[in-house]
Design a protein around this ligand. Structure first.
Ligand SMILES: *[C@@H]1O[C@H](CO)[C@@H](O)[C@H](O)[C@H]1NC(C)=O
Ligand SMILES: *[C@@H]1O[C@H](CO)[C@@H](O)[C@H](O)[C@H]1NC(C)=O
Ligand SMILES: *[C@@H]1O[C@H](CO)[C@@H](O)[C@H](O)[C@H]1NC(C)=O
Ligand SMILES: *[C@@H]1O[C@H](CO)[C@@H](O)[C@H](O)[C@H]1NC(C)=O
Ligand SMILES: *[C@@H]1O[C@H](CO)[C@@H](O)[C@H](O)[C@H]1NC(C)=O
Ligand SMILES: *[C@@H]1O[C@H](CO)[C@@H](O)[C@H](O)[C@H]1NC(C)=O
Length: 428
């Protein structure tokens, strides 16, 4: 990680030279260093904060610009242990406390994720809990979450993986809301779960690239020649304004395996001005657009913004050292190798995320779920889901050929993403 002080060496050294001239400059230099240190330690604690959970009073935080004024991070009720990286840990068997809800008691799970209903024979994938190495996660308190959302709007923005996390969140909360005072409605790209008595909404907005693209139709979006329009985030972003908590993701749709097409003008232009970028550069452009949107539209004193890292797929068993040409199909155990990472493109995209966030002062909390999910080759929906269309006899004869190794069964891994979100929201 680039340190702020090394990148600002020239202003410091010019201050140093002047410092010989006057004690005033010495003071200015000192104040400058203190200011920068506070500024950046705050950024890093925002982005990569590592924690323990105590029921202490809310964390105090130095607000940017004001320099000395202390403010509480919105929604926090305690503080985490800064030395504990909650994303580094292991899965432990916890039959007593898992799953956090039953598939059959949450009517909001879309049929693409209801694995038991679609005949999945094993159930163990629902019974693992994430245990960070350095601390324990606070238990997910649905009452606290719902009370916090009273009169508020929480929004998940991104692709179908983020929709899974969204549905998991709704499933974690809906039991507290009586029948008849909750509903879920979809209109185009926007799905809204309403808790009437709480005057709260939890929403999902489909925007697989965050920016405008030719794959934005919420129903018909399977376009092989994907194009994203530069600088177009407001096309979708105008629908996110006013949200109190936003959770973004974007990844899978950028992974075309070829140069990525970026449109400079408008989709209506007859002569389209298109440039081709590497996947990493295209993704970096998307991330930067998101940061600019957040900076412009989200008030850090009242709102929180999260970004969920890449959801790993398990498409090739060779990745975990099994050369049987398989994939996640028929996998009932997780990957034991703690250093397992999977395909390389994830690594380069993670680097882009790390770079973009470390250079940015926009307070976004990073949910680094990639590594912990990459162990879970057992937790995908595989063939146990509603299929988009009828399967051919050839497919049926070879389940590996149509297993979905991208999405996750619910309840399952994505409940853990929300437990981590819960931890970072209330105990930052
Ligand atoms: C964090 O929590 C773990 C276990 O819950 C404990 O052993 C450790 O001492 C705690 N660390 C701090 C700094 O509080
Ligand atoms: C959950 O949160 C509510 C509201 O803050 C609180 O009253 C309750 O004690 C919490 N429950 C647990 C088990 O911590
Ligand atoms: C309901 O919440 C919205 C914000 O989402 C707020 O503008 C409105 O005033 C609230 N209404 C009531 C009756 O509390
Ligand atoms: C759906 O959204 C469109 C545009 O955002 C709006 O015009 C329309 O009234 C909405 N339909 C319903 C049923 O809410
Ligand atoms: C599933 O995996 C088990 C070993 O874990 C193997 O015995 C069995 O034949 C596999 N079933 C199918 C249908 O591939
Ligand atoms: C996310 O976690 C992984 C595994 O712990 C780590 O390699 C990676 O650097 C982290 N990414 C960022 C941007 O912090």
């Amino acid at each position: 990680m680039k340190t702020p002080l090394s990148s600002s060496s020239s202003p410091s050294s010019s201050l140093l030279r002047k410092a010989r001239l006057s004690p005033y400059y010495l003071f200015t230099l000192f104040a400058f260093i203190v200011f920068v240190t506070i500024l950046y330690s705050e950024d890093f604690s925002c982005l990569f904060s590592q924690l323990n959970y105590t029921s202490n009073l809310p964390i105090t935080k130095t607000s940017r610009g004001a320099g000395k004024k202390k403010v509480k991070l919105p929604f926090s009720v305690g503080r985490g242990n800064e030395r504990c990286d909650v994303f580094s840990g292991k899965w432990v068997w916890d039959e007593e406390n898992r799953p956090l809800y039953e598939e059959s008691e949450c009517p909001y799970i879309q049929p693409q994720l209801t694995c038991q209903e679609h005949g999945r024979p094993d159930k163990d994938y629902r019974l693992w809990r994430w245990q960070p190495h350095g601390c324990s996660l606070p238990s997910f308190n649905a009452t606290l979450m719902l009370e916090t959302l009273r009169g508020k709007r929480m929004m998940f923005v991104g692709d179908s993986l983020n929709r899974g996390q969204y549905v998991s969140m709704v499933c974690l909360l809906h039991r507290l809301i009586p029948e008849g005072s909750k509903s879920m409605k979809t209109n185009g790209s926007l799905t809204i779960f309403t808790a009437k008595e709480y005057n709260a909404t939890i929403e999902f907005y489909w925007a697989p690239f965050l920016l405008e693209s030719n794959s934005d139709d919420a129903v018909v979006h399977r376009i092989s020649d994907r194009i994203v329009r530069r600088g177009s985030i407001n096309k979708h972003g105008r629908h996110w304004k006013g949200a109190d908590i936003i959770v973004f993701n974007t990844y899978l749709w950028w992974m075309t395996g070829i140069k990525f097409k970026i449109l400079q003008g408008s989709f209506d232009d007859e002569d389209k001005d298109i440039v081709e970028l590497s996947t990493e550069d295209a993704y970096r452009m998307g991330m930067k657009s998101m940061l600019r949107w957040v900076k412009k539209n989200m008030d850090p004193k009242k709102t929180r913004v999260f970004f969920t890292s890449m959801s790993p797929s398990h498409q090739k068993s060779i990745d975990w050292g099994d050369d049987s040409n398989g994939n996640c199909y028929n996998q009932t155990t997780m990957i034991e190798d703690p250093t397992y990472w999977g395909s390389d493109s994830r690594k380069s995209i993670m680097q882009v995320i790390g770079e973009v966030f470390s250079k940015s002062k926009v307070p976004i909390t990073f949910l680094n779920i990639t590594q912990l999910s990459s162990y879970r080759k057992d937790a995908h929906t595989s063939i146990y889901k509603k299929q988009w269309g009828p399967l051919t006899p050839e497919q049926l004869a070879n389940p590996v050929s149509y297993a979905d190794c991208v999405h996750w069964c619910l309840p399952g891994v994505q409940d853990t993403w929300n437990e981590l979100l819960f931890a970072k929201l209330f105990y930052p």
